[in-house]
Each structure stands twice: as C-alpha cells, then as structure tokens.
Design a protein around this ligand. Structure first.
Ligand code: GDP
Length: 439
C-alpha cells in the first residue's frame, strides 16, 4: 500500500498495541462483526462500549452462522473474556436468551461474560414507547424499535435503572413504578397507549436483570488491569460514525456515541489507554433506516447490490439502501475517530461490477465541498462528484494477500487509502474467517 502505517501499534493488520478500538465508519453494517471476529484471535478481552440490542453482528464459523445482538462476537472464540461496558444499554431478556442460546450450541459462556455495574437496562416500557413514538411522528428516524432511544433518554434524564441498582430491590421497584408511569404519560402525549400486560412483561425483565446482575463487574478496571498485565483488549463499536449522536446525520442517528471517544467513556478507561483505532468501511456504502444517503443508487442498481451483498439488516431483516463508496464520509470518519488504519470489507461484492465510482466531493449550490456537512438537510441535497475506476470483473474470494488481487482491485484500495489518508490494513473478501487479507 502506498502510505506507511502511522501508528506503530498496528502492523500487518494485527494488533500489536494492547488496546485497539474497532468501529464502523459509515452507517453501520460495515461487517465489523467479521473484522472483530478475525482480530479476536489475538486478544484476551473484547468489550462493547455503546448501543444495545439494536446492533446485530453476523459471524460465520465453518458452516455455522451466529447472529449476536448484545454479547460481543469474541464469545465464539474459546477463552476470551467478553464485556458489556457502561455505555451499553442492556435488554436483560434478550441478553439471557442470547447467553442460553450460545450455551445450547456448545459455546462455554460461564465465567466469560461480564456486564458493567453502571450499564443501564432497557425495560419493556422503553420498547413499547419506542414503537409508539416512531408510529406517531412524521419525521421517522427508522429505529429498530428495541427501546434503545428511550432507555438512553432516561439515562441522560437521570431516571434510568442500572445493573448496580439490583443490590437494592426497593430502589428498583420504585424506579420501575415511576418509569411505567412516565412511559404511560409520554405515550398518551404522543397519541398512543402502553398496552398489553405491562406488569408481566416487567416481571420477566426484572427476573432476567436479576440474573444479569450476577455478571456485574467494573469493566474499566478489568480493561486497565488486562492492559497493564500485557493482555490485549479490543473495544468493539456498534452502528457507525454517521450514526453517532454528535457527529452523525442528526437526527437520523442512534442515541449513543459510536465514535472513538465513546470507546473510552463507554468502557470506563481513559483515552490514553487506547493505542489504535481501526475503522471498518464497506467497499461501497449502505444505509438502513431513514435519512440522506448521498451516493445512493437508482432502484435497479440498488436492487442489484442488495442481492450481491445480501444487504438486509441482521437485527430487523430490513432491506438496506446501497450506493457507491463515499470518500467524503470516510475521510470525515478518519478525522473524527483519529483512525490509525482501515479495514475494507465486502470487496468481493464488487467482483462483477464493470466500473466502480467513488464520491470524492459534494456539489452544492454554494460550490464543491470536501468536508461532510453538519447540516443533514444540506447533505440530502448535495450531488456527489464521482471519480470512476475500472472494475476487475474476476473473483477476489480466494485472495489472501494484496498480490493475489487483480491490479484494478489494488488500484481501488490505493485510491481509498489516498482519499482517506489512512492506511488500509485489512481487506475482507468473503464471509468466512479465512477470507481476509492482512496488509
Ligand atoms: P456489522 O454489524 O458491521 O458486523 O455488519 P452485519 O453483520 O450487519 O453485516 C455484515 C454482513 O456481511 C454479514 O452477513 C457478514 O457475514 C457479511 N460480510 C462481512 N464481511 C464480508 C465480506 O468481505 N464479503 C461478503 N460477501 N460478506 C461479508
């Protein structure tokens, strides 16, 4: 690759520093699960730092497919410690189902999963409220309806229930009572109603949360101790940079900080503990949910890519919108995350495409812009300026080194590297673990 590795902590697409963040640089679904799964081989601890059951990682191991929503995908590797940091909001029922489901498939989970004492819980009334508010607003965000937004709202509003509260049953009971009441009033205000047997749903959630509280830990301390004793830690992001609460396409964003700063806050360590930040980008762009997608395709091409790339959400099955690689967004992601390297996934999806475009800037009424606009409505109106490169029209699925790739594919990766000013350190050419190039 043309550019040298800027951070000595990372080389050969392997973790050589002790603490690395892996996060998405587009609108989520970049294939982070696969990259984390590959990197997890080299680490001792994998921790999530934000999001909740709205994330979905699909990992293929041999013929087995694992879809994980809350437990880090490191769980599929024997003996890794898997943590859910304080920045995560946990759906206890879903968590226990996932935990038991992994166990039923022969994965040893006992003693390997820890949940921050400070993590907040997503309650059934958050989920109901999420659906009601999405159904009753004109400006739909396209949420997954899993209660994540309302749970974070209660966290910021200092009304949430944390894992550590389970040491005080009376406190939990009064927080729940007030939470249900607030949800009812809010639902009424929105023109809906909290319906169903809420008490039974809440009882089930509390029983699951009680079980979860048995896994409570100080994630920041665990991570720091691991790093200090020479162990390697991987901090795994969910969603992507353009969905970050502060830096994404607000308000069409998720309710947490998906960017690298959130990795420190959401896991309980200081930023100086982090050695490297690996940004995951798909070789093209996709977006699920609402909000602008500047490089989005016309319907025919959109459908073609959806089929080629299997672009349907892991959590909801929703079809994703597809488009060309957006280097304006990727360069922005490199900046706000302080990326030290890139992992480019799904290169193989472009194998049959004769010509491939990359958006290098945006045309606006006020002239061409090279920076990702803060104004989401402006972003909806920009016209991408494309550069078109020849496709390679041959299979990359068996490539294991850059030399194995067709020269047009190498050129494409070089161009991504130049435009983002970030070294490409990994390239994924298929769903399987072995289908990876470490640069
Ligand atoms: P994540 O949340 O970022 O992990 O993304 P998802 O799990 O929602 O989507 C990634 C999908 O792409 C999964 O089905 C992966 O198996 C698949 N995938 C990951 N890397 C590659 C790749 O290099 N090529 C192909 N064809 N599929 C991939």
């Amino acid at each position: 690759m043309g550019l040298s590795t800027r951070n000595e902590a990372v080389s050969d697409g392997r973790i050589s520093g002790n603490c690395m963040v892996v996060l998405g640089c587009q609108w989520g679904d970049e294939g982070k699960g696969k990259i984390v799964d590959v990197l997890a081989e080299d680490v001792h601890v994998v921790a999530r730092f934000q999001g909740g059951a709205n994330a979905g990682h699909t990992v293929h191991v041999g013929e087995d497919e694992f879809i994980l929503h809350q437990i880090p995908s490191g769980i599929i590797h024997p003996e890794k410690r898997c943590l859910l940091g304080n920045g995560v909001v946990v759906d206890a029922i879903g968590f226990c189902e996932e935990f038991d489901g992994l166990k039923a498939r022969g994965i040893v989970v006992e003693g390997r999963v820890g949940v921050s004492q400070k993590a907040h819980l997503v309650m059934p009334y958050h989920r109901l409220l999420d659906q009601i508010s999405e159904d009753n607003t004109e400006q739909k965000i396209g949420t997954t309806g899993r209660g994540i937004g309302p749970a974070y709202e209660e966290k910021a509003g200092r009304k949430g229930i944390r894992v550590s509260d389970f040491a005080h049953p009376k406190r939990v009971a009064s927080l729940v009572e007030e939470g249900i009441e607030r949800a009812r009033r809010r639902a009424e205000f929105l023109g809906g109603e909290i319906s169903g047997d809420v008490d039974a749903m809440v009882d089930e959630a509390l029983q699951a949360a009680e079980r979860l509280s048995g896994l409570a830990t100080d994630t920041g301390l665990e991570i720091l101790n691991a790093v200090r004793s020479g162990k390697r830690v991987l901090l795994e992001g969910a969603q992507g940079t353009a969905l970050d609460l502060d830096h994404g396409t607000y308000p069409f964003v998720t309710s947490s900080n998906t960017t690298a700063g959130g990795a420190a806050t959401g896991s309980g360590i200081g930023p100086t503990v982090i050695d490297a930040v690996m940004g995951v980008v798909k070789a093209y762009t996709t977006r699920v949910g609402n909000g602008p997608l500047p490089t989005g395709f016309e319907p025919e091409m959109d459908e073609k890519f959806r089929q080629l790339g299997g672009e349907f959400g892991a959590t909801t099955g929703r079809p994703r919108r597809c488009g060309w690689f957006d280097a304006v967004l990727a360069r922005y992601a490199a900046r706000v995350n302080g990326l030290t390297g890139l992992a480019v996934t799904k290169l193989d999806v472009l194998d049959t495409v004769p010509e491939i475009s990359i958006a290098t800037s945006y045309r606006t009424q006020g002239g061409d812009v090279h920076e990702f606009p803060a104004d989401t409505w402006q972003l909806g109106e920009v016209e991408p300026v494309y550069e078109t490169l020849p496709g390679w029209e041959s299979s990359t699925a068996d490539a294991r080194s850059l030399e194995d790739l067709p020269s047009a594919a190498r050129r494409y990766l070089d161009r991504i590297e130049e435009l983002t000013e970030t070294p490409v350190q990994m390239v994924s050419v298929g769903t399987r673990r072995r289908q990876i190039i470490r640069v």
